[in-house]
Design a protein around this ligand. Structure first.
Ligand SMILES: [Zn+2]
Length: 220
């Protein structure tokens, strides 16, 4: 039986295929690309990640059956331009086209000023960790996005993996404000939504493949 999370993450295959064509974000050329992502060595998260933080408490959707049914909002900032966005992108069982499109443009490749149709599940994962933080601390959550969509050229320039999920709009880099990087990685891993990478100054999270964790001492 599909869990609520499975259903929440399922739109990466169902929504991208049809519902968001023609809203301004170019179609992803080949989503199969990231199914075969090259990854560095996966290690046991428990050996590297903190145990005694709220990341080890129950996931919000594990204690609230209605978690994925209530409105989904995110609050994001891109530090290089100080651009901020705060919006509700899912409500009453559907992604909201205008908000979804705004998010895609907010997460564009800054170097080439190109946006792509992002995987909705990467928004859901970001939303879920924000809500978790808010429920645990009583404070507003903001996710700082240091990198998002990358064109092939940008990906080459920054030394990204050849099959990087950034190239298909299925990955984000950044941090959850007021949360350590290892704790944020632990929170993301708890959703088993895809890849989570722990870097010196950011966390990478992507969706649409089997869960994998890696740690890197390199910038990207
Ligand atoms: Zn990344």
């Amino acid at each position: 039986m599909a869990s609520a999370l499975d259903m929440a993450l399922q739109p990466i295959t169902s929504i991208l295929g049809h519902a968001h064509t023609g809203i301004g974000c170019p179609r992803i050329a080949n989503r199969r690309q990231f199914l075969g992502l090259a990854t560095t060595i996966a290690v046991a998260p428990a050996l590297l990640l903190p145990r005694k933080s709220f990341a080890s408490t129950a996931r919000p959707d594990e204690i609230d059956a209605g978690f994925w049914l209530s409105a989904r909002s995110v609050r994001l900032v891109r530090p290089n331009t100080s651009q901020r966005i705060e919006l509700t992108y899912w409500r009453d069982g559907a992604y909201l086209d205008d908000a979804y499109s705004e998010l895609c443009f907010f997460l564009l490749d800054r170097r080439e000023r190109l946006a792509v149709q992002m995987a909705p599940a990467v928004f859901d994962l970001t939303f879920a960790t924000q809500r978790w933080f808010e429920l645990a601390t009583g404070k507003r959550a903001t996710t700082t996005i240091t990198d998002a969509y990358r064109t092939n050229r940008t990906n080459v320039l920054v030394g990204g993996a050849e099959l990087s999920a950034h190239k298909v709009g299925a990955a984000l880099d950044g941090l959850l404000d007021n949360v350590t990087l290892p704790t944020y990685a632990a929170m993301l891993l708890r959703f088993s939504a895809g890849g989570v990478g722990l870097y010196p100054r950011h966390v990478h999270w992507d969706v649409g493949r089997n869960p994998v964790f890696w740690r890197s001492s390199q910038a990207e």
